[in-house]
Every structure is written in structure tokens, then in C-alpha cells.
Design a binder for this molecule. Sequence first.
Ligand code: TEU
Ligand code: CA
Length: 546
Amino acid sequence: MQKTWWKEAIVYQIYPRSFKDANGDGIGDLRGILEKLDYVASLGVDVVWLSPHFKSPNVDNGYDISDYLDIMDEFGTMEDFDAVLAGLHERGIKLIIDLVVNHSSDQHPWFQAARTAKDNPYRDYYIWRPPVNGQTPNDWRAFFAGSAWELDETTGEYYLHLFTKEQPDLNWENPKLRHEVYKAMRFWLDKGVDGFRMDVITFISKDQTYPPYPETRFGDFTVYANGPRVHEFLHEMNREVLSKYDCMTVGESFGVTAEQALSYVGEGRHELQTIYHFDHVTVRNPHTFVNGWQDFNLQELKAIFYKWDRALGDQGWNTMYFGNHDNPRVISRFGDPAHHKASGKMIATLLLTQRATPYLYQGDEIGMTNCPFDAIEEFNDVEVLNNYKEFVEEKGADDAAYLANANIIARDHARTPMQWNTAPQAGFTTGMPWLKINPNYTEINVEAALADPDSIFHYYRQLIALRKANPALTYGANEDILPEHPQVWAYTRTFEGVCFLVVVNFGKTTQALPLDLSGYTLSLSNLNEGTPHTLAPYESRIYQRS
Ligand code: TEU
Ligand code: CA
């Protein structure tokens, strides 16, 4: 196993729209990020992943790109981008950007041209099929409700869109399209960008027979992943672009199992360096708005972690995250807002002590929680709104139940603006914010976190420093030493003779800690209870063996 910078990196994800608004239009922007670079650097992170900053009509907040070589109007200019990149580099932080090339925006000039005529030179940049018996070519459904096919009146053919109809899928079968993508990648790498997070990259190759949706897997979108040519395309991308730069890659890999993971990231594969799976964030709860919430237990979660650790630990490399812009807030999802500080720090402990590159999402370092949304109109996300239209308005699902469910899982929880201080609009903007501000900003905000030496923020800083000072926390073998325990997670991380022991109480009841702690010295803990063989709710400790 080789040591590399991207294995040792700690990543901080910025969702630009919600980070900081510098010009008062209510939308976060690049100048806003620039103002906050010292804050980001103070955490001790090594890499920033920036969610899409490209030109976009924002049907899916930038995940619908209309120009891969230009900046979103609301976010600023190319000069602003260059300033952010330079500012990060000055602080020793690398930048990875979001490569969204499974689909483009329907406003992209390629699509605008493609839809004008069947013989347009850009037609084949997208996926077109004639109607079958006057109907859609097959029964594929889109992620954000409805059919995955949209009829285009001009030419009487359907185009494929796995997400919204404003996000037509690009046709990777076409080598011209592939080379346009590689050109765009080189443009940003040549500017000095340090790599890519690749949006739904495991969907780029489609089964050219467009088979019917497997009946037994209805609603299971993993069927679109791992198409027949996906490895060939990634291999080509690696050969044409990635291999020529010292850059970092992380492929969002919805639908890739632990058993399949090495085929993407194995060291001899020359495809991607890492992938980002969904198994733990969807445990018992595939992302749907119509099923109620299902509780899960720690054993299920541990089983997922160790499955992935065994699959990639020695021959590839894992990633680790609890939250991002597509998930609810981590304390609401995996912790407990009633144990705000303790559970926020417990999640941090788990995040930063795995054999994997950790991804921290903006706001989680100050313990932001889910936002109460009182009515459907308060949501912004196309996923919540389109599914509402289909299931509640068209199919008669229960309105209140839908709203309750969205209050648990909606992506908007992660997208409410960053809470900087107690000023109006949480110091995010001087104007009207594009999305509701969580009313708890008066207590949960950056200024308060910085002023409190016992805050979640300062605990993240300590953890990050501990991880960086001790390669065993990055590279060490991970052994679950209480595999049967339903609420305590205890594991060792061992590397080159150094051994750490991590113990975590993943729940709201006090637990006995049935472990012999002699020979261990406490490095860091989230509470100061001083009772070694009892764990308070969400208590977490890291020991080092002397
Ligand atoms: O997400 C891909 C993806 O699988 C999501 O649709 C996910 O299942 C869903 O968000 C669960 O809520 C990526 C981006 O991260 C997401 O923001 C985009 O909307 C999507 O691709 C389309 O680009
Ligand atoms: Ca702005």
C-alpha cells in the first residue's frame, strides 16, 4: 500500500450557494468564500471540494451545467474563481471541483443545437429514441419523479434524463462528446485545480438495449449504475487526462457495491483513486419521500463500514462521510439534537478515525441541524418539489406524511445558509436569503463556536490535528473489538507499532465499557466524565496504547 497526499487529505465541502454572500443578493458566491478562507484554513483541512461553480440555470443548483468553461453568474467571475484558487493554495489547501458530466443542462448550447434537427451535428451528444407504440421508449423512471424520457416536439423523439427533464443525459458512446469532456477537464487542471469529485460517474455508460426496468427492483435507481462500458470510459479518461496530472479523484458511486469497488479504484486499474458510496447513508432508508422513516441500529452500520474497509483497506482506498449537500444534517440523522454537543462530537470522532479520506460538510463543524420546514412552499429542492407534485398532487399520497418525511430527509436541510453569527440572516447575507435560515442560528453559529473552547468546532480542530500527527489514524488497520455490541463501537487502529483505541457510545443511554484499558492513555475525549468503564450518552474517547 502506497502513501499518497490524497489518502492523507481531510476534505471540506463547500456548497457555494449557501456559504457566504458577499454582494447582498441573497446567494452565496466566490467573493464570499474568499472572505472565509482563513476560517476554512483554521480547521486544518487540506482540500476543499467545491460543489458546482459553472454557468447554470440552477434547476438543480448547479448540477445542471450550461457551460463547462465558465462561472455561474450568481457566483461571480473567472477572476473571482482564480482568486479563490490562489487563496486556497497560499494557505496550503488544494481545490477539487465538481465534474458533472453524466448530464448537462438543457440550456447548454450542445443541447440547444441537438434538439433542432435529427441531423444536427450535436444530436449525438445526447440520447434520443423514437416513441414505442406512441409511448416512451421504455419504463425507466427519473430520480426526481416521473419518466426518464421526455418527448421533444420538434423532432418527435424522446431524450433520456435520469434526473430532471432539464438535465438531459450526455451520450458517452460518442467519442466527440468524451473528448469535449476531457478538454474541459484539462482547462481546469491547467488552471491549477487539484482534481475532481465526479458526479454520478458510475451512470455514464448505458445499456444500449435500454432494457425494461427490472420489475422486482422498482424504485431502485442503482440499476442505472455500472453500465457495460463504464470502465472503458474511465480508463480512457485516465489515460487522456488524469494520468498527466498529480490530481485527486473521487467518483460519486451510487449503485456500486463493496464487491465492485476495486474494479474502479484498484491500484492497477488506472481509473479512479477513490469512490464515494451510499450504503451507510441509505441504511434501511433508500432515499424516497413516500416511505416512512425506518430506524437502524449500530450493528447494521458497523457491518457496512467493515465490509467496505475489508474490500478496499489494503488494495484501494476508502472515503468516509456522514453528510453532504444531498443528505440531512448529521446530528439530526446519526446523532441527537437533544445531545447536541456530545453527538456532534461523536460523529466527528467516527468520521476522523477511519481508514479512509474523511469528507466534512460545511456547517457540520459547528453542529448545524435539520431546519424545521413548515410548509411545502418553504422547500427549494427540485427533488422534494417534483416528488410532491407526482405523489401528493397527482397520486393522492398523504400531504402531512410527505411533509413530515421531507422534514427528516430533504436535501434542503443541508442547504440552508451557513450560520455565521447572530446578526439578521445569521450573517450569511445582508439581503433576502435564497433559502430559509434555520431559526436556531441565534445559538448555533460560527462566532459562538469560535468563542467556546469546548465547542464542536474546536473538537474538530483537535481531532484533525491528532489525525495529522499520527499516521496510524490514517493508515492503521481497523479492527472492531466489540463486534456484537448493539450500541458501543470500539475499534483499534494499528500501524507500524502504534495503536489507537477508539470507543464510542452511539446512543442516548449510558453504557458499560467492557474493556481492559490498562496500558492505554487518553488522547482525546468529547466529555470529561472521568468514569473509565462507563460511557455517557454519545461519549467518545480516543486512547493510545503506551
Ligand atoms: O447526486 C446523485 C444521486 O445519486 C442523488 O440523486 C442522490 O441519490 C439524491 O440526491 C439523494 O437525495 C448527485 C448530486 O450530488 C446531486 O446534488 C445532484 O442532484 C445529482 O447528482 C444530479 O446531478
Ligand atoms: Ca451573492
